[in-house]
Design a protein around this ligand. Structure first.
Ligand code: HEM
Length: 132
């Protein structure tokens, strides 16, 4: 997948993550998408979690650009049924929440950029959710 689409997404993410509010808004959208998801973060240190997610999204983009899958395999382990126990359906809500947040924060957002984001991130997301 590395290549022009992954580059567009890498640049879009650069515009988004300049502003810490991007991650605040992501968790507002994500936790708003289901009470069960909100519940999972009830005892989480959110400033720390926002920082970890900043890195996690970067790992998804770097994987699409051809980087090693080692970090994503570790996320697959931590999120699987023995860890945070995150079922596959929730990754759909995760990606929809991310797209809502990108739409709000990237001034260059349009339908084709949204499709690029979805296509570029999906293989990395599958790598995590397939480890369930
Ligand atoms: C923790 C990334 C999807 C719930 C984490 C961490 C990262 C991360 C980097 C911290 C490192 C770790 O503990 O392994 C991602 C990425 C996702 C994703 C990139 C999508 C591809 C989800 C989904 C849920 C979720 C769908 C559903 C609720 C959690 C929870 C924690 C966590 C509960 C631990 C929070 C705590 O320490 O209290 N995630 N995550 N994640 N994630 Fe995810």
């Amino acid at each position: 997948m590395g290549g022009p689409l992954a580059d567009l997404v890498f640049q879009s993410y650069g515009r988004c993550c300049k502003d810490e509010q991007f991650f605040v808004d992501f968790y507002t959208h994500f936790m708003g998408s289901s009470p069960a998801i909100k519940e999972r973060f009830a005892n989480t240190d959110m400033p720390a979690q926002r920082h970890l997610l900043r890195n996690g999204i970067m790992q998804l983009v770097l994987f699409a650009r051809g980087m090693s899958d080692r970090k994503l395999r570790a996320l697959g382990e931590s999120h699987n049924r023995h860890g945070y126990n995150i079922p596959a359906e929730w990754y759909v809500l995760w990606l929809d929440s991310l797209m809502k947040t990108v739409a709000k924060h990237d001034p260059e957002y349009d339908r084709s950029l949204e499709k690029a984001w979805r296509d570029v991130l999906q293989p990395g997301i599958d790598m995590i959710s397939d480890a369930y």
